[in-house]
Design a protein around this ligand. Structure first.
Ligand SMILES: [Zn+2]
Length: 163
């Protein structure tokens, strides 16, 4: 797992969740001013993700590591970011899409009070967010196929560009 870390501006909630699913550490700052985002990026060494061309230019002038997100779809954004920054598009280590903490795998027994009975019967593997204030439980339900499909499309796009 590479250690690239990010900070995303308020427009990029969706991309934030995607990158977290891919295991990347992404701070999401929907309410911060541009100035604060620039300072935070600089101080923490996180790469600033923004779709705001003005903020992008300011960041570049200040020597902040910045990536302009300007794809027309989530697939395109993921493909571009993967290609330019060398991010992997495979799910190995996931972070909580909601809060950015790491997930840990747990047995069905450990989540039996937290998920519906049918889910408990259908799935063998569960993950729990390690943030005590979040504690969200995940399993590879129907949304998982969609995640896989989107990542596959993004990978195909990267390969097309390379070819
Ligand atoms: Zn969480």
């Amino acid at each position: 797992m590479d250690s690239k870390r990010f900070i995303a501006d308020g427009m990029l909630g969706k991309l934030t969740r995607w990158l977290r699913i891919l295991g990347y550490d992404v701070e999401f700052k929907p309410y911060e001013k541009d100035e604060t985002l620039l300072d935070l990026a600089k101080k923490t060494g996180r790469i600033l993700l923004t779709s705001d061309i003005e903020l992008y230019r300011r960041a570049a002038r200040k020597g902040v590591n910045v990536f302009l997100v300007n794809g027309k779809s989530e697939v395109e954004n993921l493909a571009k970011i993967s290609e330019k920054l060398g991010l992997k598009l495979d799910v190995e280590e996931t972070r909580c899409p909601k809060c950015n903490f790491r997930l840990k795998m747990v047995s069905p027994e450990e989540v039996k009070d937290k998920v519906p009975e049918t889910t408990l019967k259908t799935y063998r593997e569960f993950w729990v967010c390690t943030n005590p204030e979040c504690g969200k439980v995940y399993w590879q339900g129907s949304h998982w196929k969609k995640i896989g499909k989107t990542l596959k499309e993004a990978k195909n796009l990267v390969n097309q560009v390379k070819a």
